[in-house]
Design a protein around this ligand. Sequence first.
Ligand SMILES: Nc1ncnc2c1ncn2[C@@H]1O[C@H](COP(=O)(O)OP(=O)(O)OP(=O)(O)O)[C@@H](O)[C@H]1O
Length: 245
Amino acid sequence: MQAVIKADKLSKHFGHFTAVNKISFEVAPGEIFGFLGANGAGKTTAMRMLCGLSIPTSGTATVAGFDVYKQTEEIKRNIGYMSQKFSLYEDLTVLENIRFYGGIYGLSDRDLQQKSEALITRLNLQNEAKKLVGSLPLGWKQKLSFSVAVLHEPKIVFLDEPTGGVDPVTRRQFWDLIYEVADRGITVFVTTHYMDEAEYCNRVSIMVDGSIEALDTPPKLKQQFSANSMDEVFYELARGAKRSE
Ligand SMILES: Nc1ncnc2c1ncn2[C@@H]1O[C@H](COP(=O)(O)OP(=O)(O)OP(=O)(O)O)[C@@H](O)[C@H]1O
């Protein structure tokens, strides 16, 4: 099967500092790919290159078949992106946010109408549809932000620590949404600091000081590191890290 993300020795330097050091991997269509690493490991920098937001220093990568150096606009049209500071407008209502992003993504009025209704029903936001996003609890904002990022049915959605700061039950609900989009064939590339979430991924890569030090399914990683949990695998790798913030 053709990979939807391919990176080969992809690197990013900031002056003399190597933030991302020759990372190589492939992600298959519909895969949930976990991208782990301690603070400062280089996850966000790598993700920004794959999203066409930052030009690499060296190496190659394609995303949805497009080149990260030359086809950044095509990449942006074919992906969804949810950053740590999500992009919802706090002073617009839930419905206005959905319509705003649907408009940016070029959805037709009919499509938008139908998708907004389906989304509000799926998220159980019927009573909140006309409330300002700023008034919603964090967990709901995260779910809405994710749903908006996939409104245009992108090939890949990139999630940068999408569930930071919420309780395990809310995070589990968020992951139900992730599974639903992966079942539709959308590839999910997700960074997280939560090891229970690492267990939910099909495969996980672990970055240490800019390099990928391990990459496999959670069961195989546990086997490789003779560990009982992903927590132990992560600790084993990350404790040697020089960078931390
Ligand atoms: N624009 C920049 N200029 C200089 N250094 C940078 C820049 N962006 C990131 N860095 C450095 O690159 C390293 C990797 O940062 P990055 O944000 O990619 O890490 P991360 O793994 O996403 O961490 P976190 O989990 O804290 O978000 C850090 O040491 C950071 O200080």
